[in-house]
Design a binder for this molecule. Structure first.
Ligand code: RB5
Length: 151
């Protein structure tokens, strides 16, 4: 598993912290798509870059997107078929986003979370596995809805 990461200026500092922390803590390969400084960038551009790469990569790879609130990044990422982006501000939601939703992108808000809370959310999200079964049926319906076959 590799971790793709991207942020806008609203979460630049959190992204910098998490890139180093994930590399140290889990010895995972982290690919950092920026932003590489505090300059203002548009979150749809950053989300598009990460989602395009993630959809072309190994299915085990996952993404983490960060913006000020997490809202813009989650809206942008969920427009990409095959991306299941979960906006999580607590560990319970992060756990269920893996077990039930098989989220392949974690989204957090750098202006609403402290670093320790964000690290705790990442830890849960990296460790938890998808449970499959009835949850896979629901995910299949999500993909169909995205193709115009909604229920
Ligand atoms: C940028 O100011 C801010 O709008 C962005 O980081 C994010 O919170 C959008 O949803």
């Amino acid at each position: 598993m590799r971790i793709f990461m991207a942020a806008d200026h609203g979460a630049y500092e959190l992204k910098e912290d998490l890139v180093d922390w994930i590399r140290d803590q889990y010895e995972l390969e982290v690919i950092d798509f920026g932003v590489h400084g505090p300059e203002s960038v548009d979150y749809p551009d950053m989300a598009a870059r990460l989602c395009r790469e993630l959809l072309d990569s190994d299915p085990d790879d996952r993404g983490i997107l960060l913006c000020g609130t997490g809202l813009g990044m989650s809206m942008a990422a969920n427009r990409w078929s095959g991306i299941r982006a979960a906006l999580c501000h607590d560990e319970y939601t992060a756990r269920l986003s893996r077990q039930h939703n098989n989220a392949n992108v974690l989204v957090m808000g750098g202006r609403v979370l402290g670093i320790a809370v964000a690290r705790g959310i990442v830890d849960v999200w990296l460790r938890e596995a998808f449970e499959g079964g009835r949850h896979q049926r629901r995910l299949d319906k999500l993909e169909q809805a995205g193709k115009g076959g909604g229920h």
